[in-house]
Write a new protein. Structure first.
Length: 166
């Protein structure tokens, strides 16, 4: 592999990881909106829960509280993973164009090799960071899906209770 091909490959890998970073950061908006909506739903259910618990059997009330508690706990786990995902990370960046240009006349031969090494280092570090963030995002989504499923199961008896009481 020639030096030019190696340079292009490292530059492409660096650009890919930076694009991946931006893509992941755009994907977080929907889960955060879901968490916000579910927290609003919990507030609404908590207000209505007092009358529902007093008119149902202790077993049904226990199941309802268990499902809501599990859903709330799962949302908290999801929020922890999304917080880790959003926590500031130290990405590696390429030097500014002015810094490169200032070094270029004296170190033209060395600079190309230094740029290849810098691209390789940046791509490697950024890839590790993006992999960790992708894992945190995946775990957060899993916890959010579990929370959503438990919340739906918890709302079914409540909805049934409202349907029967009419």
């Amino acid at each position: 592999m020639s030096e030019q091909e190696l340079y292009e490959l490292m530059k492409e890998m660096y650009d890919k990881e930076m694009t991946r970073k931006e893509t992941m950061e755009m994907r977080i908006q929907i889960p955060i909106a879901m968490i916000t909506a579910m927290m609003g739903g919990f507030y609404y259910l908590a207000k209505k829960l007092v009358s529902a618990i007093s008119m149902t059997s202790p077993f049904t009330s226990g199941i309802l509280l268990f499902l809501l508690g599990g859903s709330f706990l799962s949302i908290c786990v999801s929020m922890v993973f999304f917080s880790k995902f959003l926590w500031p990370v130290n990405y590696e960046w390429m030097p500014r164009a002015w810094d490169i240009q200032a070094q270029y006349p004296e170190k033209q031969a060395v600079l190309r090799k230094a740029l290849i090494k810098k691209y390789a280092k940046c791509a490697d570090i950024n890839s590790r960071i993006n992999d960790r963030r992708a894992d945190d995002f995946a775990h957060g989504m899993q916890a959010l899906i579990i929370a959503l499923a438990l919340a739906v199961l918890a709302c079914l008896p409540y909805g049934w209770f409202l349907f029967i009481s009419r």
